[in-house]
Design a protein around this ligand. Structure first.
Ligand code: SF4
Length: 212
């Protein structure tokens, strides 16, 4: 089924309001750290932790110079804190060492930093630098298949498919709205199709798999 992406975005906005990321941040470094902490943790939990974390750590050097055990304690409530502390320190070192402390604004370059995958690179470049970015998280993977935007399962291939379908100036908004839709309505176990305004554009619904 041919998809009218602009109309889908319009309806997603009607359901979920302004496109937004639910991680709190006020500069690119904070978004990088919040993104690392968000693995296997809710945005709400991450925001609770970063409120005090970001008051204490302001620069990459702050993350490099702190003993790893202290950083682990500071981020402990987000879970997997040992791996996350190590990842944050590695990212800080690499950005300081390779990029003179400046986060690359090019997605392909940024994704080469160890601990930053394509999803995170797209998220950070899209939100912190306001460049067009397709952010393929678990919700976007699920929804793009359900709606029928792609048959691919591999996130990198989905990103390429979505780049072709969605107008470039709408990439970031589209990704954020898809994530909100997946989080609040088109849930993994039981999508609420009866309340969904895009159901007539959705292969899952129109194909008869109506989980209502
Ligand atoms: S119709 Fe159902 S499956 Fe399709 S996008 Fe809406 S909630 Fe998801």
């Amino acid at each position: 089924m041919q998809k009218d992406v602009k109309s889908i975005i319009h309806d997603l906005k009607k359901m979920h309001g302004k496109p937004r990321c639910e991680l709190a941040f006020s500069n690119p470094i904070e978004l990088v750290v919040a993104t690392v902490l968000s693995a296997q943790a809710t945005d709400q939990k991450v925001n609770e932790v970063t409120r005090s974390l970001f008051a204490k750590y302001r620069t990459w050097k702050d993350y490099i110079n702190v003993p790893v055990e202290e950083l682990e304690e500071d981020i402990r409530p987000t879970g997997f804190y040992r791996n996350k502390a190590k990842a944050i320190k590695n990212i800080a070192l690499e950005i300081e060492g390779r990029f003179k402390g400046q986060i690359p604004q090019d997605i392909d370059t940024f994704a080469t930093v160890k601990g930053i995958g394509r999803k995170s690179a797209n998220l950070i470049v899209g939100l912190a630098f306001e460049k067009p970015a397709i952010i393929v998280d678990t919700h976007v993977i699920r929804l793009s298949q359900r709606i029928g935007f792609t048959k691919n399962k591999d996130p990198d291939k989905i990103e390429l498919d979505m780049r072709k379908i969605v107008p470039e100036n709408l990439w970031t908004d589209f990704s954020l709205l898809m994530t909100l839709h997946g989080r609040y309505l088109c849930k993994a176990k039981k999508p609420e199709c009866e309340r969904c305004l895009i159901r007539e554009s959705c292969d899952y619904f129109m194909g008869g798999k109506r989980d209502v």
